[in-house]
Design a protein. Sequence first.
Length: 191
Amino acid sequence: MPEGFDMIDGLPSWEPSLYNRDYYLHLRRERQPADIKLVIVAESPPASGKYFYDTTGSPKEPLFAALMLQLDIAPTTKVDGLLELQKKGWILIDATYQPVDKLAKDASLDRDAVIVRDYPLLLGDLMGLTPDRSVPLVLIKANVCRVLEPQLSKDGFTVLNGGRAIYFPSHGRQTDFKKQFSAVVSGSLNR
């Protein structure tokens, strides 16, 4: 646990929606591949607290389960799945570490505005992972693709989407995700 985090009964002592960026990055860094081959950019950690890299969560969480299908594995724990993702050289990062999935429709900052606001942080994160910008990126979620692909491409990153959206794998979109992700990644990486 990073310095400055309070623990009660082995769990962080604040609400999941109030976790800060450092907390999420700490969990992610524990599973960061030594040799990154693919950066997957999602929208944000969910307000529910079911963060992709939280090993106490279920391997059946939608995005986690969908990416495990891409690896052709069915782990019984998130630890097992994260180790396989790490071995593959894949890392998932978020466009923003402010949970945006529960923002009110009339909020002063909508999802896209938060992503745009936090772009400098995302850019810094990516430069830390791939300083020469040689590692390809895949963007997940239609709004993430729409908002970020032009700017990331302009900033010299290789975005494999090529204008193709990849829907988030929930609410009946699991099959779409599987096909879309495979189409974007197929032929671009050694699988």
